[in-house]
Design a protein around this ligand. Structure first.
Ligand SMILES: [Zn+2]
Length: 338
């Protein structure tokens, strides 16, 4: 059976064909037109439609690279179903990155609205720019059966490769997002009801609420391109496609999948040079040293200790911290999950 043509974003893609398309997003003050770089892949045979997006925060080039590589590996002739790939979900942030490395939490001075579209879903076509971006992306997501939102942590932080689920309270679609996240196979799955990833307005939360099962994936570190992580992420996307029956072959499961239930951040009380001592991904005991802060004279002024037993899930890679900044994050392990 041959797949029907795919009509998306004003483009018609025949069965067994992949098309690059620049989707108009917004006009800037000087008349410059900003577009979203899409890759629309229509498989030779019918099947589900998967949304894959990267780069919604400015400094997440690693996610952009792994999505590009994963999509380049897909042969439309072998594909059942279709893929809506958005290589850079927020092109303005990619440009701004050189000047605004901490784009996540900045406020626009013009309208005092958040400039982070990631938090603005489902968006609003008549709202400020971030909401227009979210609205445009959501228009694509809603036409899909599944979605994955690919990130790297913001610059200065490094995660283990981790899939973060939408809240379980969203019901059946959240359950299907969990199955997809486990099959994705990064080896770490966070299922929590607390923190920024499960708030109202977040891409994966609102997609799942709209019956498009979706999870957030974090890998590596903002501002860096790491070939081994690009290769790993490419393998995980291939697993998702096999899990959904879109590509032939078996899912390559990791040896173990660690199920996690909460992020617990540790903030410094002193400023200085930050030396991380524990290995990212290590199991740590409550009270164990994770890092130390030395004054500019070289004296240790604070030891950063694990706040609980768990996984050392996110390291701060900035070389300096001020008092009150996050120095490390431990994830509590869910011992009840299978
Ligand atoms: Zn991000």
């Amino acid at each position: 059976m041959t797949a029907p043509s795919l009509s998306m974003a004003g483009v018609t893609v025949l069965a067994g064909v992949a098309v690059r398309h620049a989707l108009s997003l917004v006009e800037l003050a000087d008349g410059l037109s900003i577009t979203l770089p899409l890759l629309l892949v229509n498989g030779a045979r019918p099947g589900p439609r998967l949304y894959l997006g990267a780069g919604i925060h400015g400094d997440e080039a690693g996610g952009v690279a792994l999505l590009a590589r994963a999509l380049a590996n897909v042969d439309p002739a072998q594909l059942s179903g279709s893929i809506i790939g958005v290589l850079v979900q927020n092109p303005l942030a990619l440009h701004a990155d050189h000047r605004i490395p901490i784009g996540h939490y900045l406020k626009s001075p013009l309208d005092q609205m958040p400039i982070d579209p990631w938090t603005c879903f489902p968006g609003n076509p008549g709202g400020p720019l971030a909401e227009v971006i979210a609205h445009t992306l959501f228009g694509l997501i809603r036409q899909c059966h599944w979605a994955i939102d690919i990130h790297t942590p913001t610059r200065g932080g490094r995660y283990v490769p981790i899939s973060i689920l939408p809240p379980a309270a969203l019901g059946e679609a959240a359950g299907r997002a969990e199955e997809l996240a486990v099959a994705f196979g990064s080896g770490y799955v966070m299922k929590t009801s607390a923190g920024m990833y499960v708030r109202e307005g977040i891409l994966a939360v609102e997609a799942t609420r709209a019956a498009v099962p979706c999870f957030t994936f974090e890998i590596g570190e903002g501002g860096r391109l790491e070939p081994d992580l690009v290769a790993a992420g490419t393998r995980f996307v291939g697993n998702a496609l096999r899990h959904l029956g879109m590509l032939p072959g078996a899912v390559q499961r990791p040896a173990t999948t660690m199920r996690l239930r909460e992020f617990v951040g540790v903030r410094s009380t002193r400023g200085g040079l930050l030396y991380t001592e524990a290995s990212l991904g290590a199991m740590v005991r409550s009270g164990q040293r994770l890092a130390r802060i030395e004054s500019v004279y070289g004296d240790e002024v604070e030891a950063i200790l694990a706040p609980a037993d768990g996984l050392f899930v996110r390291a701060t890679t900035l070389s300096t911290v001020a008092a009150g900044e996050r120095a490390a994050t431990v994830a509590l392990v869910d011992t009840t999950a299978s």
